[in-house]
Design a protein around this ligand. Structure first.
Ligand code: PEP
Ligand code: MG
Length: 561
């Protein structure tokens, strides 16, 4: 860390969470790589080129042999990764390119560097999975160069205490050999969720965050807290709370992994725990969790890259995939929530100064009623085809009249109508909206945005858009009460439902279902199973008396532990 670095103790760096869990330990970093730029640039005399070629062939073969050896002694994904790297080390493409460079006069180290650079450029251009293999190529380059120069193989130092391995990216051969009792978490500056780092972290079951901005400035030896659930790396946090966070995460992870549903409190009060999905693939993967159904199918996400309105048949097959994945279970399909942060090319959005307050969600149907009609027709077709009739709900409802118009249309297609409550006006008049619809689903993401007049996309305003804001919770409580008064279901499908503690508070308000990202389902279900309905009700009452999000959290914690 330099004197001018913005990094300080407690800095929280953000990345992409890959494997859940929390660890607190010192940073270790892989050894530095041979500096190729310091190599002489002189051409080899012709009579030395053939020997240099042989030296190169022997070095590459030695590296491949060692990788194969390690593959034979490893198991599972680690073995496969090592074997794949060994194969890449013997790939004729890059070997031939290096040999040609040596024949043309390049010394072996420069030839290896140039040939691998050539392939790195090609893989990067191809993008996707090929681009993620670039780290494998660079790893082979470094190993072969170290071999040529008689240096020890580059890689991860063997730590003498549990440590957190931080790197720009990790070579597969390094990660494959890791001992999870010594390397307890991984964080990288580069890499995606399908990179080898991620694959191996999953196999080892150690927390992992990738694409962490600013991680390169954290030097070896610094104590960090890696949170693979939130996707954060906290630099030099206070020790006691950091250790408590690790212990708590461990307890929670054990309980969550063992939770198999259905959703109930410890004393048997049922609350359906559902998953939010965006297409058939997500629904099939959510089906692998104990989720009892789909509480929010965000249909607009199927069409973000579609230029023209999909036909009814095209839409029906997409919706049918989700209904099939959850055959016999509840599925709530939301009609297109186009606009604002999710514009659809075919929705004909007007140019607006403030799209979050503009023609989005159900408001699009006013000027373009065909869009909603076609979608309802497609949902009805999918229902018939799969024998799994879903509930349908409209986003961004602000008035009882909008709710009535939507409900009339949906019923005309034989569908069960509900609406989302994500505009404060709708929460305030939930009782009047319920005169027209069969259920409500509270979208806490937008409800927080509109209640607090704070853009949900703004990192700066994240404290205001926190769903724990008591003003937001008061509107949620009011909506749930209106549903209970007429015996109609009221669920929550915003991010609030993914927070196990808040899920208990929502249960205390009386929600009938909680729908969250599939990855959050077990955590929510497990926490719910640890508390009684009375505790949830006490926590719900306590948060309503608070004046800030932090106070609300603390009040709930005091009751729910
Ligand atoms: C919400 O607003 O809480 C919600 C679930 O909808 P989305 O996040 O898709 O806007
Ligand atoms: Mg919303």
């Amino acid at each position: 860390m330099t004197a001018t670095s913005p990094l300080t103790s407690h800095s929280v760096l953000h990345g992409v969470p890959v494997v859940a869990g929390v660890q607190y330990a010192p940073v270790i970093r892989p050894g530095t790589l041979p500096d190729v730029d310091a190599e002489p640039t002189d051409e080899l005399p012709e009579d030395e080129r053939s020997a240099e070629g042989e030296r190169f062939t022997a070095a590459a073969a030695a590296v491949a042999g060692r990788l194969r050896e390690r593959a034979a002694h490893a198991t599972g994904a680690a073995s496969e990764v090592l074997a794949a790297t060994a194969t890449l080390a013997t790939d004729r493409g890059w070997l031939g390119a290096a040999e040609k460079r040596i024949k043309d006069g390049a010394p072996a180290v420069r030839a290896v560097n140039g040939a691998i650079d050539q392939f790195v450029e090609m893989f990067t251009k191809l993008g996707g999975l090929m681009a993620e293999r670039v780290t494998d190529l660079r790893d082979i380059r470094d190993r072969v160069i170290a071999e040529l120069k008689g240096l020890p193989e580059p890689g991860v130092p063997l730590p003498d205490e549990p440590s957190i391995l931080c790197a720009e990216d990790l070579a597969p051969a390094d990660t494959a050999g890791l001992d999870p009792t010594l390397v307890v978490a991984l964080a990288t500056t580069l890499g995606g969720p399908t990179s080898h780092t991620a694959i191996i972290a999953r196999q080892l079951g150690i927390p992992c965050v990738v694409a962490v901005a600013g991680l390169d400035d954290v030097p070896a030896g610094t104590m960090v807290l890696v949170d693979g659930t939130r996707g954060t790396v906290t630099v030099a946090p206070d020790e006691a709370p950091a250790r408590e966070a690790v212990a708590e995460a461990k307890r929670i992870a054990e309980a969550a992994a063992n939770w198999s549903g259905p959703g109930t409190t410890a004393d048997g009060h049922a609350v359906a725990v559902l998953a939010n999905v965006q297409d058939g693939a997500a629904a099939r993967s959510a089906r692998q969790t104990p989720a009892e159904g789909v509480g929010l199918f965000r249909t607009e996400l199927c069409f973000l890259n579609t230029d023209t309105e999909p036909t009814v048949e095209e839409q029906a097959s997409i919706y049918a995939e989700v209904l099939e994945a959850f055959a016999g279970n509840k599925v709530v399909v939301r009609t297109l929530d186009a606009g604002s942060d999710k514009p659809l090319k075919f929705a004909g959005h007007p140019d607006e100064a403030n799209p979050a307050l503009g023609v989005r969600g159900i408001r699009i149907a006013t000027n373009n009623p065909g869009l909603l009609d076609h979608q309802l027709e497609a949902i009805a077709q999918a229902a018939e085809r799969t024998g799994n009739p879903p509930w349908v709900m409209a986003p961004m409802i602000a008035t009882a009249e909008e709710a009535k118009n939507f409900a009339d249309k949906a019923r005309a297609y034989g569908l069960t109508p509900g609406v989302m409550i994500e505009v404060p006006a709708a929460a305030l008049l939930a009782d009047r909206i319920l005169d027209h619809v069969d259920f409500l689903s509270i979208g806490t993401n937008d409800l927080a945005q509109y209640t607090m007049a704070a853009d949900r996309m703004s990192a700066e305003l994240a404290t205001l858009t926190d769903p724990w804001q008591p003003a937001v919770l008061a509107l949620v409580a009011m909506t749930v009460k209106a549903g209970a008064a007429v015996g109609k279901p009221v669920g929550v499908c915003g991010e609030a439902a993914a927070d196990p503690l808040l899920a208990c508070v929502l249960t205390g308000f009386g929600v009938t279902s909680l729908s969250a990202a599939a990855a959050a389902v077990q955590g929510v279900g497990a926490k719910l199973a640890m508390v009684t309905l009375q505790q949830c009700r006490d926590a719900a009452e306590a948060v309503l008396g608070t004046a800030s999000a932090a106070e609300a959290r603390a009040a709930a914690l005091a009751v729910l532990g």
